[in-house]
Design a protein around this ligand. Structure first.
Ligand code: URA
Length: 209
């Protein structure tokens, strides 16, 4: 896969525009995120390895294509990553699921791990890390560092919105991790928000402030 895939499909772009609007309700925001997550997952899993399996149709035997290898691992970067999980799990119900929790140390401003739980055999799985917003890239880079420490070798990153700064930081730290996103926005503002963006993705999907 290319390092960056920008999914410009009209359905994705239309749904994203509604999500960006300040007046969109929590319920609609969450539902659209679920729908977009499936369209992005469709794109990120396009080149999954396949094998054939001998099956019987009602008419005759055939060699039918199926996914090969270990179940993929979906890893949510807490907490906003959870908004992408359910939709992708509907599409890939057999996926294993992991979680990475990071907070920012107020003094050093470095991401600190507070939770980390991932499936076994990470080295044999396609690992899809999910976080709606790729902003500075600090937490994404730290999460990918942790996944690589757990043995993961084939990692992809799925997000909704990306800032050019975050893409550059990821490319620098993890050039082997392809990114799939619905949009690349203009820049980060002084507070680290993506602009024009959609605000705080976690707050908008969970109805917090
Ligand atoms: N995280 C968010 O939720 N929104 C941004 O704009 C940047 C980071």
């Amino acid at each position: 896969m290319d390092h960056l895939t920008h999914v410009t499909h009209p359905l994705v772009q239309h749904k994203l525009s509604i999500m960006r609007e300040v007046g969109t309700s929590t319920a609609v925001f969450r539902q659209l995120l679920r729908e977009i997550s499936q369209l992005l997952a469709y794109e990120i899993t396009r080149e999954l390895p396949m094998e054939t399996k001998r099956i019987e149709t009602p008419l005759m035997p055939m060699d039918a294509p199926t996914l090969s290898g270990r179940k993929l691992a979906l890893v949510s970067i807490l907490r906003a990553g959870n908004g992408l999980l359910d939709g992708i799990l509907e599409l890939v119900p057999s996926a294993r699921v992991g979680f990475v929790g990071l907070y920012r140390d107020e003094e050093t401003l470095e991401p600190v791990q507070y939770y980390f739980k991932v499936p076994d055999h990470m080295d044999e799985r396609l690992v899809i890390a999910v976080d709606p917003m790729l902003a500075t890239g600090n937490s994404s880079v730290a999460a990918i560092d942790l996944l690589k420490s757990s043995g993961a070798k084939d990692i992809r990153f799925l997000c909704l919105l990306a800032a050019p700064e975050g893409i550059a930081r990821m490319k620098d730290a993890h050039p082997d991790v392809p990114i799939v996103t619905a949009a690349v926005d203009e820049r980060l503002n002084e507070q680290g928000y993506i602009v024009p963006g959609l605000g705080d993705a976690g707050d908008r999907m969970f109805g917090t402030k």
